[in-house]
Design a protein around this ligand. Sequence first.
Ligand code: ZN
Ligand code: MG
Length: 360
Amino acid sequence: MRRLSLISIVLVVLFSCNEVEKLEQQTKKAKNIILLIGDGMGVTQIYAAMSVSEKPLSFEKFKHIGFHKTHSATDFVTDSGAGGTALSTGNKTRNKCISVDTSGNPLKTILEYAEENQLATGLISTSSILHATPAAFIAHEQSRYNYENIALDFLDVDIDVFIGGGKKQFVDREDKLNLIDSLRKNQYNVIDGINNFNPEADGKFAVFTADEHNPEYVNGRGDMLPVSTEKAIKSLSKHEKGFFLMVEGSQIDWGGEDNDIDYVINETIDFDNAIAKALEFAIEDGETLVIVTSDHETGGLSIVDGDLETKTIITEFSIDYHTAVMVPVFAFGPGAEEFGGIYENTAIFEKMMKAFGFSK
Ligand code: ZN
Ligand code: MG
């Protein structure tokens, strides 16, 4: 009788340990999230880069992979404004809108939720930092082309680090305001060029890498994206409560619009180098969720032939704009298993909110 009760005590203890472990796994939160968006990057753009790359790409390291449906509230084929808004706010809106709903009301973004929860925040882009994708995380505008208003919106959010082009809209403005002065008044270190950004220094950083858009990877931008990613992570990870960072490889999209396969491949491999920096940190850190996705595919790219030995591919584009196909999502770190399956683009916001443990 005594023996039996001892066994049952042991069983109860064993069972509860197991339950606790399970619960811990279920509720394991991400301290940090790094969201990397390859604008215009579908499965074919990735496989084209994989097929010609001399080294294996980081994409192949992910074990949790899904797809999202990209359509906007108004169009089967989304633009980058509505696509960015879906990812940043969890709402489908009209094409051309930046984090406002279909009636024009502002929608709170994941970056703004992160700020509200005392996390550090960052944005990086290989285009202008005011372009649709990064803008969707910080600005609220009915048109993605209101660049001067988008620059003003940067002053309403206490973002810790932003890196990209677009300096012109901060200084050479129709309203004659000097927003560089305003940034300085808001305690930003305003820096020209990624090489002058010292991530060991304390403070908030506005890093301008071009007056308008950054050049192509092969035309002088070089390693700006992976270097920026590494430096931003170094700067943001000093904050004890964690951080949210969005990194955009903007020009995969422009290669697609130009129907220029070399442009697409060079930009995708450069983007992959930024993913490698994020993964490197996340593997070491253990509390960082890395998500890699796109806002839509561009160009209707297909690979019709090729040779793996000579690393050559033959490709065809079907259009010089975006297409409606689903795009892939890759995830690593706490909460990564949530990203398997097929879902709407808006679900990525919800999954990030859950991973951070934020409530609306
Ligand atoms: Zn786009
Ligand atoms: Mg973009």
